[in-house]
Structures are given as C-alpha cells and as structure tokens.
Design a protein around this ligand. Structure first.
Ligand code: HEC
Ligand code: HEC
Length: 336
C-alpha cells in the first residue's frame, strides 16, 4: 500500500519535472526531454528504491576492499565521472577506458562504451565483480549487507517480498541512476522560445551542428546520442581496443564505440573512450580533420573545412548544453 502510494508520488514527481521542462514548448520537439524517464515494469522507481540505491551507490562496502564505491569513479562533484583520461580501480589498477558520466543513462538502450549490457539492472553487477574495478564476490556482498540492520530495514521497505539479493541490489542501484537526469540548460530555454538564452555564436554553432559539421548524424535528439556505435578515427593510444567488435563481430564495429551523450559535456573532460582529448576545442579539431586514424572510419566522418569562427561557434553551442547541477543530498550510510 505504502509502496504503491510512493509509486504514484514518484510518477507524479517525474511527470511534474518533465512537464515543467516542456512547458510552452511544442510537444514534438525532439531536443526537449521526453516524458517520462523510462523504467522496466518490474522495477518501478519508488522513493524508497531510489533512496536505497543512492546509499548503495555511495557505499564503499560494496567493493572487496571496502574502499571503492560507484561514486569513487562516478563522482557527482565531477558530473558523475572522475576527470581522469582512463579509470583507476582496485589496487590502483589503471583501466584502458574512461569513466562515462551516469547522467541520463536511463535513456540509453545499451550500456558501456561497447554496449555489452542492456539495462541498468544488468549493468550494475558488472563493476562490483570486475577484478579491476570493485573486485567483490556477489554472494559475499549479499552476506555483508544482510549483516547490516539498516540495510535489512531499507530493503524490506523497498522490495518487501524480495529481500536482499543480487537482483534487488542491482534494481535499487538502477532506480537511483534513473533519478540522475540532466537539468534544463540554456539550450533548452532557447528551444522553448527564450531568444536571449543563447549567444549568437552558440546559435550559429547549433546550425553548424545540424548542418555543415554533420554532428547530428550521430548525436541526436534530447540526449544527443543515437544508441549506435561508430569508429570516429581517434588517435591510437597504447593497446588496440576493438570496441563493439568484441561483442558483434562485423567489420563496421571494429574500433566502434557508443555515441555518448553531450549533456553537461563541458564538465566531463577528458573526452572519448580512451581520454584522447582534454578540451572541446581539441574534439572539434578532431572532427574538422575528419578523424586521425582513418582505418575503418564511419562514412559520416569527413573533413569539415571549418574556419576558426565556426569552430568557436560549435564549442559555444556545446557549452550551452550544461544545466545547473541536480540537487543532491549525500546519503548517510547505515552503520554496521
Ligand atoms: C573503478 C572505476 C569505476 C567504478 C568503481 C564503477 N564504474 Fe561504472 N564505469 C566505469 C568505466 C571505466 C565504465 C566504462 C567501461 C566500458 O565501457 O567498458 C563505466 C560504465 C558505467 C556505466 C555505463 C554508462 C554508459 O553510458 O554506457 C554505468 C551505468 C555505470 N558505469 C554505473 C556504475 C555503477 C552502478 C557502479 C557501482 C556498482 C560503477 N559504475 C562502478 C568506471 C567505474
Ligand atoms: C559518425 C558519428 C559521429 C559524428 C558525425 C560525430 N560524433 Fe561525436 N562522438 C561519436 C562517438 C561514437 C563518440 C565516442 C567515440 C569514442 O570514444 O571512441 C563521440 C564523442 C564525442 C564527444 C566526446 C564525448 C565524451 O563524453 O567523451 C564530443 C564532445 C563529440 N563527440 C562532439 C561531436 C561534435 C561537435 C561533432 C560534429 C563536429 C560530432 N561529435 C560528430 C559519434 C559521432
């Protein structure tokens, strides 16, 4: 009963947020937030589930060393990433991919740079077990959490008939992640009719983004992503990473990675799956050249012949996609 009340409260809340973001706009504008945040039928994100998932997300006791939490790498103070070119995990081991933001992952059809997980529920158990990340045995983790009174109570309320299990741990974390969504950016205010929300340079940048620079071939709609995989010809760094090809062995997938969101993009440098670029100017220069490693390049990658002003305009537009940080209260974790 309480559960279903919370369910409706939560739905009401997301609907309200979405409606206010879309107020005064044409409902069909693909660049504005879709209503509502999607979630699977067996995991309605109630307030209790989101709160429990937030605790788990911030709790280093989810790792073997009890020292690394999801938030160690997906740090809200760094726009849910880590500001490193590539991640550092268990025993300070350096990984070969960068940590993507978890902002708007609710809208992804596939998770990870190579799309090897579908849902957020499926994704969540990966990093907990990965030896290079949190290095924790899942049965061990269930035991550890069950020994903590505060968690027993929180799972009881959030998943009354399910108890503490791998599945409910994953479901709670996924519910929290679905609450991490981008806020209204100057670009959105402009789409809704506020002409002063964007500089003239950013407006020209958007025109180039959709036109001459062809960015919108891949970075599409509200989340500026297409749930697709592309080889954009990044400079090679150390060992070869075949990307999507490891999971679907067709030639176009070789060196292809998932198109990332561009929401809050000026807060998540360094950029690309391998941290190849430190600034948005460098990224735009990459596209202007039409890529650096030209082997198996996506057909939408071509030299753009942008002049200096045009490059600046595109960067100004990209910066207009950053909203105010979402309100976040860091959770107090249950004591042992
Ligand atoms: C040691 C650093 C580290 C930790 C700890 C970590 N992650 Fe990640 N996360 C990464 C990296 C690196 C990737 C990209 C890996 C890849 O694509 O192969 C990633 C990818 C993801 C993605 C996919 C995002 C997208 O756009 O595809 C999600 C969601 C995510 N992590 C959530 C979590 C959750 C939940 C936890 C805790 C249970 C967690 N991460 C712990 C580094 C970390
Ligand atoms: C062919 C598809 C495609 C086109 C065209 C394209 N992008 Fe991308 N973009 C991607 C993919 C895929 C990635 C991730 C590549 C990787 O890490 O291997 C990416 C990454 C980025 C990143 C870094 C994101 C991050 O979080 O690291 C930015 C910024 C970006 N693109 C902006 C642009 C701009 C601006 C344009 C136009 C000038 C553009 N893109 C054109 C597919 C594309």
């Amino acid at each position: 009963m309480i559960n279903s009340i919370c369910k409706y409260l939560f739905l009401g809340f997301t609907l309200m947020m979405a409606l206010s973001a879309n107020a005064a706009s044409k409902k069909t504008d693909p660049y504005l937030r879709p209503i509502p945040v999607p979630y699977p039928a067996d995991n309605v994100p109630t307030a209790e589930r989101v709160e429990l998932g937030k605790k788990l997300f911030f709790d280093p006791r989810l790792s073997g060393s009890e020292w690394i939490s999801c938030a160690t790498c997906h740090n809200p103070a760094l726009s849910w990433s880590d500001a490193l070119p590539t991640m550092i995990g268990n025993k300070m081991a350096k990984g070969n991919r960068s940590t993507p933001t978890i902002l708007n992952t609710a809208y992804n059809k596939m998770q990870f740079w190579d799309g090897r997980a579908g849902t957020l529920e499926e994704q969540a158990l990966g990093p907990i077990q990965a030896p290079g990340e949190m290095h924790q045995d899942l049965d061990e983790l269930v035991k550890r959490l069950t020994a903590i009174e505060g968690y027993r109570a929180a799972f009881d309320v959030a998943y009354p008939d399910e108890g503490i299990s791998k599945q409910t741990i994953a479901k709670a974390i996924a519910s929290f992640e679905r609450s991490v969504v981008s806020t209204e950016a100057p670009f959105d205010r402009w789409r809704m009719g506020d002409q002063k929300a964007l500089s003239e340079s950013a407006k020209r940048g958007f025109k180039l983004f959709e036109g001459k620079a062809n960015c919108a071939a891949c970075h599409q709609a509200f989340n500026f992503a297409d749930d697709g995989f592309h080889n954009i010809g990044l400079p090679m760094s150390g060992q070869e990473d075949v990307g999507r090809f490891a999971h679907r062995k067709v030639k176009v997938n070789k060196g292809a990675f998932k198109t990332p969101t561009l929401r809050d993009i000026d807060l998540t440098a360094p950029y690309m799956h391998n941290g190849a670029y430190n600034t948005l100017d460098e990224v735009v220069e990459h596209y202007n050249k039409g890529g650096v490693t030209l082997d198996n390049l996506d057909p939408n990658m071509k030299p753009l012949n942008l002049n200096d002003q045009e490059k600046k305009d595109i960067v100004a537009f990209l910066k207009s996609l950053t909203g105010k940080p979402m309100a976040l209260v860091v959770p107090i974790l249950p004591v042992r």
